[in-house]
Design a protein around this ligand. Structure first.
Ligand code: AMP
Ligand code: ZN
Length: 112
């Protein structure tokens, strides 16, 4: 847990979110500024800064997050989707609590 982290605050229920899934390890909610008709974030409850801060101890958690992506994408009606993990400022990361973006719907996504 990190006191000032916005995703830790969402995990603790201190900031509202449009939640679509939660269990003991992860919370999943819609992105507040969606870049596709469906755009949600898979967020571990454990505060980890970024993918660059992960190690062997996070293997099961990372696997769980990825395995949730197709299941929740299907729940949201997506027939295909894109995943994205921005890592570090130069990787476009803005919230320094690791998360997997899942987005799709409506139109074909560009190749890059
Ligand atoms: P990243 O650039 O990978 O760190 O992405 C952070 C994402 O978090 C952005 O797409 C934001 O729109 C999203 N975001 C920031 N604050 C919130 C919030 N309170 N609820 C939902 N999504 C948020
Ligand atoms: Zn956090």
């Amino acid at each position: 847990m990190s006191a000032d982290c916005i995703f830790c605050k969402i995990t603790r229920g201190e900031i509202p979110s449009k939640k679509i899934f939660e269990d003991e390890d992860v919370i999943v909610f819609h992105d507040i500024h969606p870049i596709a008709p469906v755009h949600f974030l898979i967020v571990p409850k454990l505060h980890i800064d970024s993918l660059a801060s992960t190690d062997q101890s996070h293997q099961a958690l990372l696997g769980k997050m990825l395995l949730l992506a197709p299941k929740l994408a299907a729940d949201q009606g997506l027939k295909g989707f894109r995943t994205m993990i921005n890592t570090g400022r130069e990787g476009g990361q803005e919230v320094f609590h690791i998360h997997v973006h899942v987005f799709g719907g409506g139109t074909t996504l560009p190749k890059t």
